[in-house]
Design a protein around this ligand. Sequence first.
Ligand SMILES: C=CC1=C(C)c2cc3[nH]c(cc4nc(cc5[nH]c(cc1n2)c(C)c5CCC(=O)O)C(CCC(=O)O)=C4C)c(C)c3C=C
Ligand SMILES: [Fe+2]
Length: 514
Amino acid sequence: MNTAAPSSSSSSCIPAASRNPNLNLLLSRSLLPRAVCSFPSHKNGSRCTGLQLEASSSSSGSFQGLPRNCVVGRYAAEPLGAVATSDAPGATSPSVVGEDKIGVLLLNLGGPETLDDVQPFLFNLFADPDIIRLPRLFRFLQKPLAQFISVLRAPKSKEGYASIGGGSPLRQITDAQAEELRKSLWAKDVPAKVYVGMRYWHPFTEEAIEQIKRDGITKLVVLPLYPQFSISTSGSSLRLLESIFREDEYLVNMQHTIIPSWYQREGYIKAMANLIEQELKTFDNPEKVVIFFSAHGVPLAYVEEAGDPYKAEMEECVDLIMEELEKRKFINAYTLAYQSRVGPVEWLKPYTDETIIDLGRKGVKSLLAVPISFVSEHIETLEEIDVEYKELALSSGIEKWGRVPALGCEPTFISDLADAVIESLPYVGAMAVSNLEARQSLVPLGSVEELLAAYDSQRRELPPPVTVWEWGWTKSAETWNGRAAMLAVLVLLVLEVTTGEGFLHQWGVLPLFR
Ligand SMILES: C=CC1=C(C)c2cc3[nH]c(cc4nc(cc5[nH]c(cc1n2)c(C)c5CCC(=O)O)C(CCC(=O)O)=C4C)c(C)c3C=C
Ligand SMILES: [Fe+2]
């Protein structure tokens, strides 16, 4: 039985110097031409032209099926001619390109570093209106609700983090990725400083921004470390960033650009295919292995009500990886499912656990799990996939189980991120000059709202992913009854938590969660 653990070498941080020299060919290549615009008004996947961001901001925000970021754009060829390397790699002073100091800000989720961090980390997560969006009238309940849910969930989450060594590895891995990216940029003659800004734990985005200001960065490339865009991940981080920028004179004047998603980049696709190929070869009969892509889920309402492009981007990403594998003569069966749902609302389907059981029932014997929505090892790869889903697979009739490691500092991947940064440099500060080509391709200063509006124009209320209460006969009645009941219960719970009195205390339930 093959129960091979993911090989650590591919996810460990290998010096940029050892990367494949052929990859330098990617340096001047544009973003994959295959990536088509699927803004709401372009449902047939036609290519973007002109002011897509503005055009889409007035549309309905409910776009099933195809919405994806318009990150195609042509690459304006000449920008790096002006780059002058003035520091040696490894120097600590901010990078200087001509008069400019270039910074790259990596945005990520963040994770609790100790078990004591778990509840406050969860509070930050649930206090985010892009994770739980309450009706306007009840916004004042966001923080008490976050407090309540985080206290309730903390014991289960702590168990998970305890089982992977007492905390999330995310900070360490993201720092290592930042360092490798810096080295790769320097090796490509782009001396830049790389910063890490987390959404829910240290180093917080605000801390990174303070450092960027202290370093006097004049041009900033913002790169969310999520390959696919979701309102709940990159969207949330970008919304926060824009609010920080708006309130700060220095930042308002600093030129920047944003790479909203990059799942379709050739280097990323190749890096994923490399890792999959490597793991496939550890099976006795690689051709019989079903490749099982498992992505972090989001509540269905994000896609169906708010227009989150996440599902469409995920599906396209899987197709691109499989096409790459086919080119390498791996014609395996494959499937995509969604994991890590929280609470009883409906999330994207099919669910990973149900799909594993189903595959076992259908007689599949070899399964290779591929985490697809995130580029670092984290609790959901190390605990949920490696322990829970593996056990489930083995008890469902699957005999051989393997798991592809997360990309981490895989050199092809890091080199491609560096290329993405370099390709974005011509667009830095593009809004200031209203450069149409730039607006078509990347997200310029001040345009985050426009980007989000493309998917999330009405900022609709989204059912909290963690609490639901439903009754009634029609769908609409159920929804409104559910919301009203849920809010009534929330008010009672908040009162109970804040006063220390109420039915849960009477029943002796609440102190259990303390
Ligand atoms: C693309 C990746 C992710 C999406 C989309 C996403 C949406 C999402 N997540 C929650 C709730 C939780 N997420 C938690 C941890 C967590 N989430 C992601 C990634 C995505 N989340 C990662 C990488 C991690 C792990 C970070 C780490 O510590 O290593 C947690 C905490 C862990 C737990 O208790 O299970 C929660 C809760 C929601 C509600 C959501 C979409 C609305
Ligand atoms: Fe999550």
